[in-house]
Design a protein around this ligand. Structure first.
Ligand SMILES: NC(=O)c1ccc[n+]([C@@H]2O[C@H](COP(=O)([O-])OP(=O)(O)OC[C@H]3O[C@@H](n4cnc5c(N)ncnc54)[C@H](OP(=O)(O)O)[C@@H]3O)[C@@H](O)[C@H]2O)c1
Length: 321
């Protein structure tokens, strides 16, 4: 893929910067963000064709709407992190940041003289119910009505409601993404302090995707005109939390990792201002539609994925000595 113009809303975070690195040498990248200073962001100095524009994720403004007009692909990743206490205020912000940004992009695309060819909106594999019995996919997956599922449903509904007849729309139900950032940041700390044992009873399933495969899937979908709708993006081989933590220890050279019982997780989550659901929910998801369409994952086994992430991280970050 060369010389395309790609606008990434919410592109200042973990996935956005990885996409900018993936596409940004051969394509023109425009990142929309609210906070553009005080963050370590890729720039043209690093050899990327990249530009940052400020938006509020809420209202259409000419400054960024102009970038959407005539571009090839819009990718929307904007959303308040779910890694926080689910207070009423935070819950509202988690909802609003996703639906407001989706609506604002929808309006800009509707009013564009030359609408983008493709609009990819982030969604989440958390949309499926807590599943310990069998895996969930796009065809037969079931939903529950807890808070995170409601967020995911509303997010996808809002995306679906945006009228963009000349733009191919794809919602990506992304699984926990393994790369240098995101969930790996707390994992490095757990490894370092010998706390990388199973979490809770360890039987909850863990669906994941390597960041390179997420970037590759986006490129692959862009290049296939017939693809639209909802796609799960997760490795075809999810594993249990216990197996995942064991693999993490093996790949990082740690022999011991103390388990975290549910009560410890509850206390810990309260102390660091987050929710145990992020760890204890059983996410058992398969990428049926992507595989049916012919996509081949490069990282299907968690061990290979973890090793490839750790290769880029200095050892001192996950070892005490
Ligand atoms: N990482 C994963 O494992 C994973 C898995 C499934 C789904 N997802 C979804 O994929 C998207 C990107 O994930 P990520 O890991 O890159 O997240 P991230 O690092 O937290 O980045 C998200 C970006 O959203 C923007 N944002 C935050 N609050 C906002 C608000 N109130 N209004 C508008 N924009 C806001 C932020 O940019 P500014 O502050 O510059 O505006 C931030 O850089 C998220 O929506 C996430 O829910 C991620």
């Amino acid at each position: 893929m060369n010389n395309k113009k790609i606008v990434i809303a919410g592109g200042t975070g973990f996935i956005g910067q990885a996409l900018a690195a993936f596409f940004g040498r051969n394509n023109e990248i425009v990142i929309l963000g609210r906070h553009l200073s005080g963050k370590k962001l890729l720039t043209a100095v690093d050899g990327y064709r990249i530009q940052y524009l400020r938006w509020d994720g809420l209202r259409v403004e000419k400054s960024w709407a102009q970038a959407i007009d005539g571009c090839d692909m819009v990718i929307n990743l904007a959303g308040k992190s779910v890694n926080c206490r689910y207070t009423p205020k935070n819950k509202q912000a988690i909802f609003d940041s996703r639906t407001d940004s989706t609506r604002a992009l929808g309006l800009a695309i509707r009013d564009a003289v030359t609408p983008p060819k493709v609009w990819i909106n982030a969604a989440s594999a958390t949309i499926y119910r807590h599943a310990e019995d069998h895996p969930q996919d796009e065809y037969t997956g079931e939903f529950e009505d807890d808070f995170s599922v409601q967020v995911c449903k509303k997010w996808e509904e809002t995306f679906e409601q945006q009228r963009a007849p000349f733009t191919r729309k794809i919602a990506l139900r992304i699984a926990i993404t393994l790369g240098n950032g995101g969930v790996f940041t707390p994992y490095l700390r757990l490894l370092k302090f010998g706390l990388s044992g199973r979490q809770g009873n360890g039987r909850q399933m863990y669906s994941w995707v390597h960041i390179d495969d997420l970037c590759r899937a986006i490129k692959w979908i862009y290049e296939r005109n017939r693809l639209e709708g909802v796609y799960n993006v997760c490795s075809p081989h999810p594993l249990s939390n216990k197996e995942f933590m064991r693999t993490l220890r093996k790949a990082s050279g740690h022999r011991i990792g103390l388990p975290a019982f549910t009560w410890m997780l509850k206390l810990g989550a309260w102390l660091i201002g987050t929710e145990t659901e992020l760890i204890l929910k059983s996410r058992w998801v398969l990428p049926t539609k992507l595989q049916d369409a012919g996509f081949i994952f490069r990282y299907t086994e968690a061990e290979d994925a973890i090793r490839s992430v750790l290769e880029k991280i200095p050892r001192r970050k996950y070892h005490l000595f």
